[in-house]
Design a protein around this ligand. Structure first.
Ligand code: NDP
Length: 258
């Protein structure tokens, strides 16, 4: 894996916490001595700077880390982000579309318009914004282009549950978009892959309950969820395969989850 990641530039969205943050560490650990370049993005720049400092402290200077504030739901910000990357980080090889959220638990007719919009604009439009902005970098390479897009979907996109209709619909949209794009890009060296987590303990639940920590923690009582590292290890694995190997679709559950 280290050899295949050597010299690569990896952009991760939603790297300020949870799965995205873990992906940053796992990539850095996978190739610490091999001049990997990591671009960490999210809205909370202080948290990104903290992740960057901790990665440097753990793996040293073999990995270059650039934290950049970015709201994926803004097409203007996304375009400016790609156009404004410093020379060292412009040549993106891997995009991990991880930024996403769930807002509220409610039956479909009761879901607030604002929550519907923020879920679609982040989970779906945000992922499409990033993809459209980064693909030209991949396609500028010879023979139709090269690069990896790894989209973080969810079991919710395959097995919808009551109370989560909008979130489940966003993740079904991610799945559909990913599959269409993969087929559009067949016969190029651009790989489009999806990793779908089951239940993972992160800030996800805190965001879902609008900051109510007691309700958020209750989600994880009586079960042993996955850790963000469990997902990050899979993301690094799929990115580290030989160029002709496409691990198109990965579903990861904790043992208790049906
Ligand atoms: P977290 O809440 O810990 O992380 C979500 C990340 O997304 C944060 O870094 C947040 O950063 C970022 N984010 C949210 N909105 C935006 C935005 N508009 N622009 C840029 N970044 C944004 O949750 P997880 O790590 O659990 O979630 C990561 C992904 O995994 C999501 O796509 C989620 O749907 C998916 N997933 C999670 C599961 C779980 O059980 N936890 C299960 C299945 C899928 P900031 O606030 O700084 O912008």
């Amino acid at each position: 894996v280290a050899r295949r990641l050597e010299g690569k530039t990896i952009v991760i969205t939603g790297a300020s916490s949870g799965i995205g943050r873990s992906c940053a560490f796992e990539f850095a650990r996978a190739a610490p001595a091999n001049s990997l370049k990591l671009v960490l993005t999210a809205r909370r720049i202080d948290a990104l700077r903290d992740v960057a400092a901790k990665i440097r402290a753990e793996v040293g200077d073999g990995v270059k880390v650039l934290p950049v504030q970015l709201d994926v739901s803004s097409p203007d910000q996304v375009r400016a982000f790609v156009a404004g990357l410093p020379d060292d980080f412009r040549d993106i090889n891997v995009l991990v579309n991880n930024a996403g959220l769930v807002k509220g638990v409610a039956k479909a007719p009761e879901i607030a318009e604002q929550d519907i919009n923020v879920m679609f604009q982040t989970n779906v439009t945000g992922l499409i914004n990033m993809t459209q902005a980064v693909l030209p970098v991949f396609q500028a390479r010879p023979d139709g282009g090269a690069g990896d897009i790894i989209n973080i979907g969810s079991i919710a996109g395959r097995d919808p549950y009551p109370g989560g209709s909008i979130y489940c619909a966003t993740k079904a949209a991610v799945r559909s978009f990913t599959e269409s794009l993969r087929k559009e890009l067949i016969a190029t060296r651009i790989r489009v892959m999806e990793v779908d987590p089951g239940q993972v303990e992160t800030e996800f639940s805190v965001v879902r309950f609008n900051g109510d920590k007691a309700k958020a923690d209750a989600v994880y009582t009586g079960c042993e969820p996955l850790t963000p590292d469990d997902i990050a290890e899979a993301v690094v694995f799929v990115a580290g395969r030989r160029e002709n190997v496409v691990i198109a679709d990965t579903l990861i559950f904790p043992n208790h989850q049906a």
